[in-house]
Design a protein around this ligand. Structure first.
Ligand code: ADP
Length: 602
């Protein structure tokens, strides 16, 4: 695991409270500082509070252990040098009671700037921006720098440079302060404008720098115009120290660098900063013209030219970025179009294949119907002639036995062929019903009687319980076929000694027939496929019970053609109940004429 991440994850809760504790306490002490009446007291208070900010920076590094401590150590050292400068200055003022310039204090101050600058540079570099963004950020920082340089040169440096009463060292030192502040401003802008996660630590640090720059500039301006910097200005500096300390104590100071939003573009903030920079030179010139003394004209002119060039460069960068974005969009668009075309081709292929499959299915049904039809005609003729031969009393016993076997088998063949034909009709949606008035109780009684010999032969008890039901409209032969299929299945799949019950009753607006047995039952996974063509459950195959797997397909189709339905409940080893519900007035049966053919509903 990345050590940086672990540090952040496992830092205990108390360290998360450190910045609030220190910041809160610092603000309270700042208020106390403002209330201290004596100047000496305030000076001591000031130095202590400023030093606490520096100590907090080093404490933050110790507590949060950032993977790259260098920037923070440099910042701590830089602000430490500032504090050393403050203390030295106070010692001059209150102990030695003198005000030398330049002094040791200036040395400390001027040492602090490069240290802070180096820390900021490293911090901005480590924030994980891309190269393009790095360049745009650097350009923005350069533009602000040039603008700030022009202002500080004309208003803060030039007056000293022009003062012939000062020595060269004095002039250089006086010019150094505003220029150092320009440097800090540059780095502050860079820190803020280089995209990266703006953590609380980064924002607090930016605040500290801004406060420092504001206080420095105010101090220089006051000095220049003879004003005296009071305790309020000291408070601004102190607030800066508190911000640095709080920033370093915040756990986010150790957060690994993470890129911010992918493209920062020209935000309103940046646009404002750029606009301000562009109008700086003319504004400075205007202020000078109004005040009547035009100094540093060369700096203003060169600055204006530089600013225009830099802004132009920035705009070129933006235009390039836009062009890149446009090309990228075009590429995406083309890729999307290609994908769409591919999808369309796949869709067409699917439709073609579907059509082919449907056509094949139709051909297969046609084939089955044709073969069945061709088989049925000779079979009908065979059974017809068989009947004639068997009716002959002169037939001897042995030949009669042979011919009865032939009759049984041709009967089975004829039933199979008829079933196949019916299934072909069902599949092509052409099941026709001959509608008439049907007494379902009579149909059920016939079915039970027809299957009684088979039940007796197997030793299965077959019973009918029929409550009186009103006649319903439907195709008698088909309904008989439906019940035959269900009752013959029940008998077939029930072991000797078992029971089959056919129960008939009125059920609201319809009739309900339930065929129950206590036979072998059907497994749940087979129940789902039971009504598929040619499907036979495992139990039937294991026990070698004869059948084709067409009976239930036909039964359900007949029930549905009458506007009814066929369902079942079953448990393996316990038995099965098939239940048919039929409406009295079926949608599929024509109510007008008994013999007219009506189209099935399936
Ligand atoms: P067949 O009876 O010709 O095999 P069916 O379509 O009538 O075809 O039945 C399909 C399958 O459903 C049968 O093979 C059998 O496995 C199962 N089945 C149907 N009725 C019952 C029943 N009453 N008890 C147990 N299994 C049944």
């Amino acid at each position: 695991m990345d050590p940086v991440v672990r540090t952040v994850e496992t830092s205990p809760a108390w360290t998360a409270r450190l910045p609030v504790l220190y910041g809160g306490l610092g603000l309270a002490l700042l208020a106390v500082f403002l209330a201290v009446p004596s100047e000496l007291g305030r000076a001591v208070f000031y130095d202590a509070l400023a030093a606490s900010g520096v100590l907090a920076v080093f404490a933050g590094v110790l507590v949060h252990r950032p993977a790259r401590p260098a920037p923070w150590l440099l910042l701590g050292a830089g602000f430490g040098a500032f504090v050393a400068g403050e203390i030295t200055w106070h010692v001059y003022g209150f102990v030695l009671e003198q005000d030398p310039f330049p002094s040791l204090a200036d040395l400390f101050y001027l040492l602090g700037y490069p240290l802070v600058a180096a820390g900021l540079l490293l911090l901005a570099r480590h924030r994980g921006a891309g190269r393009d963004q790095e360049r745009a950020g650097a350009l923005d920082a350069a533009i602000v720098t040039v603008a700030a340089f022009v202002v500080s040169w004309v208003f803060l440096v030039d007056p000293y440079a022009a003062d012939a009463s000062l020595s060269h060292v004095d002039r250089a030192l006086s010019a150094a302060y505003p220029l150092m502040d320009v440097l800090l401003l540059t780095l502050l802008v860079r820190l803020l404008f280089v995209p990266g996660r703006r953590t609380p630590a980064v924002l607090l640090l930016a605040g500290a720098l801004a406060l420092n720059i504001v206080a420095d500039v105010a101090f220089l301006a006051l000095e220049l115009h003879g004003g005296s910097p009071g305790k309020w200005l000291d408070a601004v500096w102190l607030l800066g120290y508190l911000c640095v300390g709080t920033a370093a104590l915040d756990p986010s100071m150790a957060a690994p660098p993470a890129p911010g939003r992918r493209r920062e573009g020209l935000t309103l903030w940046r646009l404002g900063a750029l606009a301000l920079a562009v109008v700086t030179a003319p504004t400075v010139l205007a202020v000078e013209v109004i005040s009547g003394e035009i100094d540093g004209i060369v700096v203003i002119v060169v600055g204006a030219a530089l600013l225009s060039g830099l802004v132009l460069l920035r705009l070129v960068g933006l235009v390039r970025e836009l062009e890149h974005a446009g090309e990228e969009r075009q590429r995406l668009y083309e890729r999307e179009r290609a994908a769409l075309a591919e999808a369309e081709a796949a869709r067409r292929l699917l439709i073609e294949q579907n059509d082919r499959l449907r056509e094949l299915d139709r051909l297969k049904d046609e084939f089955v119907a044709l073969v069945s039809h061709e088989l049925r005609t000779p079979l009908t003729s065979i059974t017809g002639y068989l009947e004639l031969v068997l009716a002959d009393p002169a037939l001897d016993a042995e030949h009669r036995r042979f011919l009865e076997v032939v009759e049984r088998n041709s009967g089975r063949l004829l039933r199979l062929v008829s079933d196949l034909l019916l299934v072909a009709q069902i599949e092509s949606g052409k099941l026709t019903l001959r509608a008439g008035e049907v007494d379902l109780a009579a149909v059920a009684a016939e079915s039970v009687e027809a299957l009684r010999p088979a039940a007796d032969a197997r030793g299965v008890e077959l019973r009918l319980e029929a409550a009186p039901v009103p006649p319903l409209r439907g195709d008698r032969a088909r309904l008989a076929q439906l019940l035959d299929n269900l009752v013959s299945n029940a008998v077939k799949f029930t072991e000797p000694g078992g029971h089959v019950l056919v129960a008939l009753a009125q059920n609201g607006e319809g009739v309900r027939v339930a065929v129950s047995d206590d036979g072998i039952g059907i497994a749940p996974e087979d129940q789902r496929r039971l009504f598929d063509r040619f499907f036979r459950a495992e139990g039937a195959q294991e026990r070698a019970i004869g059948g084709t797997g067409l009976g239930l397909t036909i039964a359900r189709a007949i029930a549905e053609a009458h506007g009814g339905e066929l369902g079942l409940t079953s448990a393996v080893g316990e038995g099965t109940t098939f239940e048919v519900s039929l409406p009295l007035q079926s949608a599929g049966a024509d109510a007008g004429s008994a013999d007219r053919e009506a189209q099935g509903v399936i």
